[in-house]
Write a protein that binds this ligand. Structure first.
Ligand code: ZN
Length: 383
């Protein structure tokens, strides 16, 4: 196919620094910035950016949610809700209605699960991103919740007759705008090994499945840790910082996502007046004192009321300023990916330890060091 030849990869992470070889004793310790590769459909410059665009970001988390569905789901689908200021509201995937009810008897659709796990009562003017065009029942939930638009990955199930005639009519009558998802991207690859391809392939992370253990395939549901860290990785790809991309995902006691964020300049800062350098330039201050850290943004744009006993998934060990915020908010655990600033994080480590906050480095599951999201909508889709 044409696009195969034309495709190009933008690597958000630059090649591994040579000094990393000094860290050989602890392979996980050396993990660098999150590595998220954006593969575009063509090498023509139109639409290509180093960072994820909003719609691509929202659909990427939706398609990640879909990967949590159990094998026995009739239709593997995900849904996510973002408000008009792009703030995260909720995420869901097709599941059983209750752990004791067999999924074959009753499925709870992704849209309803996203609505049930929402962080704000008011979803006025929000947008829902979905894997498939919503069914009749979900169309009702969407309308009654005040959602203003729906972006669907596909509405094709291989049938010629339109199975979505009624929900389409309902959404239209209720003035809910619906549109198919479009993108210049073809694939997003999350690489948990970070910049260093050797991490995760050492003998301790042997990829060969153990006896009686099924090999990991695309249909193997993502574990909680994999899903929440993958969310942090995808968020990091929104960062416009050319050097350090940090993403974070906060999860409450009930495993509900209550905040997502990435490092960036404060609200209303103009991109044109932004200096991402480490020294002052053209009268613009250096980035360090100005930039808002990814985990801080996940907190500030998150559901602050539910932070107690929550867990922070973050791609880089937090600094002491962020540690203070999370300790004060009552967080109980930090799961981080990279510790590349280990020597600068002594105070932060002490603060978290004294406050009884557990810290743990994320370990990729053998066989799942990479998660590939095929983001380009296909004409027909198997469920
Ligand atoms: Zn920080």
């Amino acid at each position: 196919m044409m696009w195969k030849n034309l495709s190009t990869t933008i690597k958000l992470a630059s090649p591994i620094a040579a000094f990393c070889c000094l860290w050989r004793t602890n392979p996980l310790h050396r993990m660098e910035d999150p590595r998220v590769d954006l593969v575009y459909s063509s090498d023509i410059g139109v639409g290509r950016t180093q960072y994820l665009k909003w719609d691509d970001y929202f659909m990427a988390v939706t398609l990640l949610a879909e990967r949590r569905c159990k094998d026995i789901c009739q239709t593997r689908a995900g849904a996510s809700i973002f408000d008009e200021t792009k703030k995260f509201e909720g995420i869901g995937y097709t599941s059983e209605i209750h752990p004791t009810v067999d999924i074959k008897d009753a499925e709870c659709h992704a849209e309803l699960n996203a609505l049930l796990s929402r962080n704000s009562a008011d979803l006025k003017n929000s947008t829902m991103y979905v894997s498939y065009f919503p069914c009749n029942e979900c169309a009702k939930y969407i309308i009654q919740s005040g959602i203003k638009s729906v972006v669907y990955y596909t509405n094709k199930k291989g049938t010629t007759e339109d199975p979505y005639k009624d929900p389409k009519y309902m959404l239209q009558e209720a003035e809910v705008n619906s549109k198919p998802f479009q993108t210049f991207l073809r694939q997003i690859t999350i690489d948990f090994r970070g910049k260093d391809p050797e991490v995760g392939t050492s003998s301790q992370n042997d990829q060969t499945p153990k006896k009686n253990e099924d090999p990991i395939t695309i249909k193997t549901p993502l574990t909680d840790d994999e899903f929440f860290m993958a969310m942090a990785f995808v968020a990091s790809a929104r960062s416009k910082d050319p050097r350090t991309q940090v993403g974070a995902c906060i999860v409450n006691e009930e495993n509900k996502v209550i905040g997502i964020g990435y490092n960036g300049m404060p609200l209303r800062f103009n991109d044109a007046n932004t200096n991402w350098g480490k020294v002052e330039k053209d009268g613009l201050p250096k980035k360090d004192p100005i930039v808002c850290h990814g985990e801080l943004n996940a907190f500030l744009f998150g559901n602050v009321a539910e932070m107690k006993n929550s867990t922070l998934y973050v791609t880089l060990f937090p600094c002491e300023e962020c540690a203070k915020v999370f300790i004060r908010a009552g967080i109980k655990k930090v799961i981080y990916h990279s510790d590349k600033q280990h020597d600068k994080r002594e105070i932060s480590r002490k603060l978290l330890k004294k406050a009884g906050v557990k810290t743990e480095q994320f370990t990729p599951t053998p066989g799942r060091e990479k998660i590939v999201i095929d983001i380009k909508p296909l004409d027909k889709r198997c469920t």
